[in-house]
Design a binder for this molecule. Structure first.
Ligand code: C2E
Ligand code: MG
Ligand code: MG
Length: 685
């Protein structure tokens, strides 16, 4: 705007010119300076001043300007002073000084109008300035928000916050002080001791955790505007810190610290993101055998090292579309997103083979092996369904033993539920008197005399009827229920045979013992007490164990067996020939009897094959001075053949099915009346 643009009314011209010049200024300081210059010009004064709050601008030179500057007396210099003040929004005053002609009333009116115009202009500038600051604030905060949502490093975000606040607060130094000692506790310049500060609290997860501190320049008192601005930044700092802590916690939940693999949670998260109808999604659940043993025996460091070595092999087996995760303990998950059923199983077998190779863990050679459950995602099955199916398959694979790969099918779940139901029920079967012992005679093949009986456990389930031991003994072993049940079997069988020995004093009792019982350090004592309470010598009892029980844990098993031998109890190897047949243990363990498994006697194999095996076992018995008993003799032909092969003792349906005690009593009374017979020797000379 120029003078020519102004209204022709001359009286208004100076006011408009003043107004236009002052409002064109970007900030208060420039406006005040411009006002001082213009006012002295318009009132033909040698010096002029504008005073607003603490700021004062002076125009003009010479002695008068100095006087105005100092607010001093003008009369001494022969000058005249005119002052006009305004009080609206801001308040202040305009001062002009001149020598010569004194100021007229007209001059006084003009200066008052100019003062009011300056007041209005300053209010306007203030408003505009606030708007600009608001604009700046928004820009800076948007930038901070972007950094938070892009998960930029926390330090970068916090620096952006302190620098942004400084910018918006017109250069006031801003510092973030945090109470925590686990993070860098200060962002921004150090706060000078004793300085007047403006402080706003910062929260992490809603808990006060520090403060955002601004230091105004000396002499400036911070007002509510500055507090509000700092508050906005403090809120952003709180948000950034809370987000970062949450993310850290999530990171921990998503990545396994030992192996660096994703966790179960992350794998499930990925699984949930795959569309439910995408074909080719399969989950492999890998159970590492003997991981707990490595941890217990070699220590945690070895356990961790083993996990890392296993991770290397697993990732080597994983194709580009596989996610390998650690589920915890010795459990791993393999998520395949583009695999046919055949490919998933092939991957599982590759993994099993890879884990069968021994590991060198902190200098010790360790064999682990694995069992794997596989499940394929059917269309529209949820992530949880797939996990649960894979779990069922893994459960089956573990039961099947090391190296097993089992793929889920629907019947498996029913069987598992059944098993769980049975498991719960079995815990109370003993108290409810649902368990009974049946007995099967063990006879001399030539005379048919009973030399002893084998106790065989039966469970009469209230709704399912009789459950065979093969269905519930493995469950009892898993839950540990086999220990009290086994103790009951021992006591009952000992009491029973003690009664029968009043009729046949040489009758012996065979009791089956599971691996779990044999490992129980209290077992020899249980046997001793059962014998004592029944008033039996140790020689009345024969404990039947399987080959696998001997392979479980050498030293402890050997200890237990030795303790049993001291009681005079005999030990029979049951189902002989079906196990590992690592015959070294025949010499190592104190065994007295071999029981040839019924599959070689009445099984499906050819007669010649069976005969060959039976002959070998009999020869083995002879070499190690062990008695050999044939199981499962079902007809006369089999009895004759076994005798021809050199077997002297056996049991089977041909001589009698397992029956309750009354059946055996009747048999003892009729088939073997009270006829004394020579004592049988366990080990032929
Ligand atoms: P086992 O000790 O080898 O018992 C012999 C099994 O063969 C018994 O099966 C018996 O009924 C069956 N058997 C006897 N003669 C013949 C025959 O001529 N032909 C055929 N096909 N089978 C015959 P059961 O009673 O079902 O017992 C199965 C297994 O359960 C036993 O095998 C034993 O390992 C285990 N068991 C039984 N009672 C107990 C017990 O009290 N404790 C433990 N730990 N295990 C037990
Ligand atoms: Mg047996
Ligand atoms: Mg057997």
């Amino acid at each position: 705007m120029t003078d020519e643009d102004l209204t022709p009314e001359r009286a208004h011209a100076p006011v408009l010119r003043f107004m236009s010049a002052v409002t064109r200024c970007a900030d208060t300081t420039t406006a005040v300076q411009t006002a001082a210059e213009l006012v002295s010009e318009l009132l033909r004064a040698e010096a002029g001043a504008a005073v607003v709050g603490r700021s004062r601008a002076v125009a003009g030179t010479g002695a008068l300007a100095e006087v105005v500057e100092a607010d001093g007396e003008v009369a001494g210099c022969g000058g005249h002073r005119l002052v006009a003040a305004w009080h609206a929004g801001t308040s202040g005053r305009l001062v002009v000084v001149r020598t010569g002609e004194p100021f007229t009333e007209e001059d006084g009116r003009l200066l008052r109008t100019l003062a009011e115009a300056l007041g209005m202009a300053l209010d306007l500038i203030d408003e505009l300035e606030r708007g600009a600051r608001q604009q700046l604030l928004l820009g800076v905060l948007l930038e901070v928000q972007r950094a938070i949502s892009h998960r930029e490093p926390l330090a970068t975000i916090l620096t952006a916050i302190t620098q942004g606040a400084r910018e918006v607060l017109r250069g006031w130094p801003v510092t973030l002080l945090l109470d925590e000692d686990d993070v860098s506790t200060i962002t921004g310049p150090a706060v000078p001791a004793g300085a007047v500060t403006l402080e706003v609290p910062v929260h992490v997860h809603g808990v006060p955790s520090g403060a955002l501190v601004a230091v105004p320049p000396e002499g400036t008192t911070p007002g509510p505007v500055e507090r509000d601005l700092l508050q906005a930044f403090a809120e952003h700092a709180s948000l950034a810190l809370t987000e970062a802590r949450t993310f850290e916690a999530m990171e921990e939940a998503f990545w396994d610290p030992v192996t660096g693999l994703p966790t179960r949670q992350l794998l499930v998260d990925r699984l949930r993101r795959t569309p439910p109808d995408s074909p080719g999604t399969a989950l492999l659940l890998v159970h590492l055998n003997r991981f707990a043993a490595v941890n217990d025996v070699l220590g945690r460091a070895a356990g961790d090292e083993l996990l890392r070595l296993v991770t290397e092999r697993l990732t080597a087996c994983a194709g580009p579309d596989a996610t390998v995760a650690r589920f915890g303990g010795g459990e791993f998950g393999f998520l395949l997103t583009d695999a046919s059923p055949g490919e998933a199983e092939a991957t599982a077998r590759t993994v099993v083979r890879a884990l069968e190779e021994p590991f060198t863990v902190l200098g010790t050679l360790v064999h682990v092996g694995a069992a794997i459950g596989v499940a394929h995602r059917a269309p529209h099955e949820s992530a949880e369904d797939l996990l649960s199916n894979a779990d069922v398959a893994r459960f089956r694979a573990r039961a099947a033993g090391s190296g097993a790969v089992v793929t889920y099918d629907a019947q498996m779940r029913a069987a598992l539920l059944d098993r769980i139901e049975l498991q719960a029920h079995l815990q109370t079967a003993l108290d409810r008197r649902e368990l009974v012992l049946h007995y099967q005679p063990i006879v001399e093949l030539d005379t048919g005399r009973s030399t002893g009986v084998e106790a065989l456990l039966r469970w009469t389930h209230p709704s399912r009827g009789t459950i065979p031991p093969s269905d519930f003994i493995p469950i009892a072993e898993v839950t540990g229920a086999i220990v009290p049940i086994g103790r009951w079997v021992l006591e009952t069988a000992c009491r029973q045979v003690a009664r029968w020995r009043t009729v046949d004093p040489d009758l012996t009792m065979n009791v089956n013992v599971s691996a779990h019982q044999l490992r129980d350090p209290g077992f020899p004592e249980d046997v001793r007490r059962a014998l004592e309470e029944a008033g039996l010598p140790g020689s009345a009892l024969i404990l039947e164990i399987t080959e696998s029980a001997l392979l479980e844990d050498d030293e402890q098993t050997l200890e237990g067996l030795r303790a049993l031998k001291e009681l005079g109890v005999a030990v029979a190897l049951d189902d002989f020939g079906t196990g590992y047949s690592a015959l070294g243990y025949l010499r190592r363990f104190p065994v007295d009897i071999l029981k040839i498994d019924k599959s070689f006697v009445s099984g499906e194999g050819t007669e010649e094959d069976g005969d060959q095996l039976v002959r070998t076992i009999i020869e083995l018995g002879r070499a190690y001075r062990l008695e050999v008993v044939a199981e499962g003799i079902e007809d006369e032909e089999q009895r004759r053949r076994l005798m021809a092969l050199g077997c002297r003792v056996g049991q089977g349906f041909h001589f009698g099915r397992p029956t309750d005690d009354s059946g055996i009593e009747a048999r003892l009374a009729t088939v073997h009346p009270l006829v004394p017979r020579p004592r049988r020797r366990l080990s032929p000379a």
